[in-house]
Design a protein around this ligand. Structure first.
Ligand SMILES: [Zn+2]
Length: 98
């Protein structure tokens, strides 16, 4: 199935921009579900792959990345301060980090 883009679909949800050539690489790690109480503060639409969630748990912040398919592959960024994680989230949405 061809990848859909926000421009070609009738979807008003938030999507991460395609990464630019200069996008910095995030050190994605396998998701370990270290805590049960994860709160999702923001997310991008799951109609595209990968899609992302900005999460908090125990006062730390991180981004989870979901790669579409069967099964879905879940990875997560290093755990960060709120400010650093929100900067990272902004970069992901702008295609400046992947
Ligand atoms: Zn969408």
């Amino acid at each position: 199935m061809a990848a859909r883009t926000p421009d070609s679909e009738p979807c008003d949800n938030q999507h991460a921009a395609p990464p630019t050539p200069a996008a910095r690489a995030i050190d994605w790690q396998p998701s370990h579900s270290r805590v049960n109480q994860v709160r999702v503060r923001a997310h991008t639409c799951s109609c595209t792959s990968p899609y992302f969630e900005l999460c908090t748990a125990g006062g730390r912040w991180f981004v989870r990345r979901f790669t579409g398919g069967n099964p879905t592959v879940t990875t997560e960024s290093p755990w960060l301060s709120a400010r650093t994680a929100q900067d990272l989230w902004t970069q992901i949405l702008a295609g400046q980090a992947q």
